[in-house]
Design a binder for this molecule. Structure first.
Ligand code: GGG
Length: 358
């Protein structure tokens, strides 16, 4: 038990983010009351396309001052392409947090949970259980590039991939560290060094160099094309998978889809040194197609709350949330539409909070 108080910046964002966030907070509050800590919530309406509609920008210029120094950020989803182009909403919000707070690790578990129908034939819980470690501040998500001769037949469009030794080495060390704490101690690196023949061979080279610091961890590499095929065909062979910003993003949607649904997948955008706050959010986006219907799966948000509490040192509370999620997933009547059920977002969220309290 702890008596600590955590200041949580709560940012629901757009679309289903606004529906799943209350359920994430409900779980947090249930865990806090059971485990004797307090959560002070500071809700913010920025980092959303609604805010953009009112102010012409995704976030106020002084967003950092407005946030203060929270223990962590709890984020929903961003994007409403009918009103704001996706690249404007993403670069104006989530990517600002990741870059400004140097959240260079994007940690995303992939796990087949009991009760979740798996689209891969014959797979059972335990067969799919690995982590995707995504580089989160550079790589293909760079702002280096531009357009020349726009709108003419001579139009030229360039965007550079940025890999720094500092950036590549630190994400690889994080991934090797994580693998070294797992029973199988296996790190898989996502590459495409046959085709992307400058940055990706560099990535491979750094994997080899850093591997020397981790003699107890075995490692292998796959080109991203066959790696995605193996996520579907042989998911049991993975333990920790590390990839660049883009590859990691793709793999961490594909992984949870192979394990039943993206709706339950959580993520941590982490600054491991603790120099800046970390941010926790579901892997899924704002899902405009189902927004406003109370049918979205809240588990990705709730599991993100568990990751956040674990990060803050509340391991027992995090474990209690995970156990509540497992309990609810086993109950067909409490499953949301993505899992073939008919429960609403609120029904599912309330059931999880009840299970946390007991
Ligand atoms: N909750 C995550 C979210 O809203 N994601 C929107 C998105 O498009 N993210 C892209 C990325 O994580 O790079």
């Amino acid at each position: 038990m702890s008596n600590r108080t955590y200041d949580i910046a709560v940012i629901p964002g757009d679309g289903i983010g606004k529906e799943v966030m209350p359920e994430g907070v409900r779980a947090l509050e249930a865990a806090a009351s059971r485990f004797g800590f307090s959560v002070r919530q500071q809700w913010h309406d920025f980092a959303s396309c609604d805010y953009y509609a009112r102010h012409g920008t995704m976030m106020p210029e002084d967003w950092k001052q407005r946030l203060g120094r929270p223990s962590a950020l709890f984020f929903g989803a961003v994007g409403w392409p009918d009103t704001v182009p996706d690249h404007v909403s993403l670069w104006g919000s989530l990517l600002q947090f990741r870059r400004e707070y140097d959240q260079y690790v994007n940690l995303r578990p992939v796990r087949l949970m009991e009760g979740v129908p798996c689209p891969l034939a014959g797979r059972k819980p335990g067969d799919i259980d690995f982590w995707v470690v995504r580089e989160n501040t550079e790589g293909e998500y760079s702002s280096v590039g531009g357009r020349m001769f726009p709108g003419t037949a001579r139009e030229i469009v360039l965007q550079e991939t940025v890999m720094t030794r500092h950036g590549v080495d630190r994400i690889l060390r994080f991934a090797f560290d994580l693998a070294s704490k797992r029973p199988r101690k296996l790190l898989t690196s996502a590459t495409k060094s046959n085709g992307i023949a400058i940055t990706m061979p560099y990535w491979d080279e750094r994997v080899e160099a850093i591997s020397a610091e981790y003699p107890d961890v075995s490692h292998n590499k796959f080109h991203i094309d066959i790696l995605t095929a193996n996520f579907v065909l042989k998911p049991q062979i993975f333990d920790v998978v590390v990839g660049s910003n883009l590859f990691g993003d793709i793999l961490s949607d594909l992984g949870p889809a192979c394990a039943g649904t993206i709706g339950i997948a959580p993520s941590g955008n982490i600054n491991p040194e603790g120099d800046h706050p970390s941010l926790f959010e579901p892997v899924h986006g704002s899902a405009p197609d189902i927004a406003g219907q109370n049918v979205a799966n809240p588990i990705g948000q709730v599991w993100s709350a568990a990751m956040m509490l674990d990060h803050l040192g509340e391991a027992d509370a995090a474990a209690a949330i995970m156990s509540a999620i497992e309990t609810v997933l086993k109950e067909p009547g409490l499953r949301t539409r993505d899992l073939g059920g008919r429960a609403s977002t609120t029904d599912c969220g309330k059931a999880i909070a009840d299970a946390i309290r007991t």
